[in-house]
Design a protein around this ligand. Structure first.
Ligand code: GLU
Length: 392
C-alpha cells in the first residue's frame, strides 16, 4: 500500500486559484472538442505590443541570460520610480521599488514581511480571490468588509472602522476593482484616509493593476498620492499584465517605504531570485514607449464592456452595478437562481458557458463575466446565460 506524504497545515488549508482553475478547465474542455464559451479568464485577448517583445528578443540575443539583482534591474526600478512619481503623483526612488514575478508575488512578499500569525487584514468584499489566501499563507486572518450590489459596492466607512481591532495591520484597496470594476473616487479615498489617520497601526496595500483600464470619464487616483501624510504606511502594487497584455511575462512591482522593500527583496533573494532577466527589458521598453497601445486596448475593452453590460441589463431579474474600469461585469443573479457555484456548474455543464462564481470573490449572489473576448463571444455568452436562467 502506498503511503501519501503528509502535507503542511498551510498547504492543506490553501485553496487553489479558482479563476485560473476555471479558465484552464474551459480550455481543456474546448480541446476535447466541446462547444465552450468562456467568459471566465481575467486576461487580455491582445498580443503583447511588438516593440515590447522586440526589446526582450534583443536582450535575449545579446546574452542577457544571467542572474541579475534580486530586487530587479536598476534601470527598470528607476523607470518604475519615475512613472510612479510623474504619472501617479507618488514621489518614489528606485530603492523604494521591488520588481516581482507578477502582481501576485508583490502581494505575497509584502504580506510575508509585514504580517505575523494572528494579524488581521481588512479586505473589502467583493475582493480578488487571492488576497485572503495570500494573507492566510502569512498566518494572518482576512477580515472581510462586505459591500453589496444594492449599494453600488460602495464601502461603508463606519462599518470598516468598526472592524478595526488592535490586531488589524493592513487594509487592502483595489481600484479599478476585480471583480466589480468599481473605481474609487478622489473623495472616497480622502474620506478613507481620514479613517486611517485615527488608526496609526493600520497600513494600506493599494492594488492598482487595472489603472489604465478605465471607462470614459473615469480617473484613477493612487492612494499614496491622495494621502501624502500616510505615505510611510502605504504600499502600491502594480504590473504590466493587464495594461500591456503581458500576463504570461510575470512582471509586477511593489513600491513603498524602503525598509520594507529591502525586507521583501531579501525574501525574494531566498525564494525566486530576480524576475526573468530579458523579460524585464520588455517591461522597460513598455514604460519608455508611448501609452498609445495601452489606450487603444483600453478603448476596445470599453466598447466590449458596454456590449456586455447592455446585454446583462436587458435580462429581467439581473442587478448590475455598472463597472467603471477593468474588464469585468459582476451581475447579481435573480432571486430564484441557485447559489453562484451551483449556477456556474449548471452553466458549464448545460450550456458550455464558463463564468466565475461570485462566492470565490466573497459574494455568492453574483457571477463574474470577463469582456476581454470578442464581441461574438460576448453575444454568444449572453445567449447561453439567458438559456441557463430559463432553467430555474
Ligand atoms: N487576475 C485575473 C483574474 O482574476 C487572472 C487570474 C488570477 O491570477 O486570478 O481572472
Amino acid at each position: 500500500m502506498q503511503c501519501q506524504p503528509e502535507l503542511s497545515q498551510r498547504a492543506v488549508a490553501l485553496k487553489p486559484s479558482l479563476t485560473l482553475e476555471i479558465s484552464a478547465k474551459a480550455k481543456a474542455l474546448q480541446n476535447d472538442g466541446r462547444d465552450i464559451c468562456s467568459l471566465s479568464a481575467g486576461e487580455p485577448d491582445f498580443n503583447t505590443p511588438d516593440f515590447i517583445t522586440e526589446a526582450a528578443r534583443e536582450a535575449l540575443s545579446s546574452g542577457l541570460t544571467r542572474y541579475g539583482p534580486a530586487a530587479g534591474d536598476p534601470e527598470l526600478r528607476e523607470a518604475i520610480a519615475k512613472k510612479l512619481t510623474r504619472e501617479n503623483g507618488c514621489p518614489t526612488t528606485a530603492g523604494q521599488v521591488l520588481v516581482t514575478n507578477g502582481g501576485k508575488q508583490a502581494i505575497y512578499n509584502l504580506f510575508q514581511v509585514l504580517l505575523n500569525p494572528g494579524d488581521e487584514v481588512l479586505i473589502p468584499a467583493p475582493y480578488w480571490l487571492s488576497y485572503p489566501e495570500i494573507a492566510a499563507l502569512a498566518g494572518a486572518v482576512g477580515v472581510t468588509v462586505p459591500t453589496s450590489a444594492e449599494s453600488g459596492f460602495q464601502l461603508d466607512l463606519t462599518q470598516l472602522e468598526s472592524r478595526i481591532t488592535p490586531r488589524t495591520r493592513l487594509l487592502v484597496l483595489n481600484s479599478p476593482g476585480n471583480p466589480t470594476g468599481r473605481v474609487s473616487s478622489l473623495d472616497e479615498l480622502k474620506a478613507l484616509a481620514d479613517v486611517l489617520r485615527r488608526h496609526p497601526r493600520v497600513m494600506v496595500m493599494s492594488d492598482e493593476i487595472y489603472e489604465h483600464l478605465l471607462a470614459e470619464g473615469q480617473v484613477h487616483h493612487s492612494f499614496a498620492a491622495v494621502a501624502e501624510d500616510l505615505r510611510d504606511r502605504c504600499f502600491t502594487v502594480n504590473g504590466f499584465a493587464k495594461g500591456w497584455a503581458m500576463t504570461g511575462w510575470r512582471l509586477g512591482y511593489l513600491s513603498g517605504p524602503e525598509s520594507v522593500i529591502k525586507a521583501a527583496a531579501a525574501l525574494q533573494s531566498q525564494s525566486t531570485s530576480n524576475v526573468c532577466s530579458f523579460a524585464q527589458r520588455g517591461a522597460l521598453a513598455a514604460l519608455q514607449g508611448s501609452l498609445d497601445c495601452v489606450h487603444a486596448m483600453a478603448g476596445s475593452y470599453n466598447s466590449r464592456r458596454e456590449l456586455l453590460c447592455n446585454g446583462l441589463r436587458s435580462i429581467e431579474g439581473i442587478t448590475l452595478v455598472a463597472p467603471q474600469g477593468a474588464f469585468y461585469a459582476f451581475p447579481q443573479l435573480p432571486q430564484n437562481a441557485p447559489p453562484s457555484l451551483e449556477f456556474c456548474k449548471r452553466a458549464l455543464e448545460g450550456e458550455g458557458l464558463a463564468l466565475v462564481p461570485g462566492i470565490a470573490f466573497g459574494d455568492d449572489r453574483c457571477v463574474r463575466f470577463s469582456c476581454a473576448v470578442s464581441s461574438e463571444i460576448i453575444d454568444d455568452g449572453l445567449n447561453r446565460f439567458r438559456r441557463v436562467l430559463k432553467t430555474f
